[in-house]
Ligand binder design. Sequence first.
Ligand code: BDR
Ligand code: CA
Length: 328
Amino acid sequence: MPPTRVIIDTDPGIDDALALILAFASPELSVEAITTVAGNVPVAQAARNARMVLDVMGRSPGPPVAVGARGPLKKKLRPAQDYHGEDGLGELSRFKTGEGIPRYPEPQQLPEPQPAPALIAEIIGSAPGEIVLICLGPLTNLAMAIQAAPTQMAQVKEIIVMGGAIQAPGNVTPGAEFNLYTDPDAAKLVFTSGLPITLIPLDVTQRVMLTAELIDAVVRHIDSRVTQFVRDTTERLFGVEQRRTGYAAIPLHDPLAVGVAIDRSLVSSRPLHVEVETGDGPAQGMTIADRRPLKEEWKKPPNLQVCMEVDAGRFMALFLERICRPTA
Ligand code: BDR
Ligand code: CA
């Protein structure tokens, strides 16, 4: 089987960085481009962080890293730097080599000059039915690409979106998940586009947890630049999660979306009609899925495939095996 050609649209972000590592360490995928969007951090920082991951993986120069939307379509950006750290990667400037040199210097690769939405549409339009787009941040770039280039975007093979909370509670408000909360107008446009979308909501991503015990038992024993990065970027976040939830455990939201592109059998999904609340009130960004036990003809037709179950043990084994692989 030839590898699946993917574009990763992302706002790194610690779990985004782990997702990029999983993608590059997986022979089932060929990453054609990374496109960045404002979300966890401002977009320039997101693009810098994506380029830093390429350096860590020994993949610079690698696929193009494009800069995208500087903020949501209508709402004001509220980044998540309290959670991911000021730099979005757990404050890596703390780490120095024995000689006092930064362990993570400025990335080598320059950003791609073409804006992210245009690059997404161009790559998809040039390979009809081949490209899987994996969206790990707010859906702003994707919405802009659909608006500007609907014919090219109709050629996409599949769009895998990490976002939403179907039965699970939210993670940024009681009802809403961060990516859809940040740009609900973009999510609404994407969800009503008619494109083939698979949703990876909190219902499954909060069941795949990277614990401090797993770092100690597995990752710490493998000596590589990637495992060092994984330990460094997660170190501060384990403390944040311990204070927030009482557990030193990080949900692998974005890596699971990449996992689904690698191996669909890790999850089971069902077709659902899902809408997104775009108002400014307490329901901003909430997903409303029609799970009523009615005959299908009484409901609006499904617009998404929604993942509701995950084989968490098998995904965690895959994730750990891939991040501990020797890199090129
Ligand atoms: C999503 O929000 C971000 O903070 C994570 O990177 C992930 O994409 C989870 O709600
Ligand atoms: Ca993300």
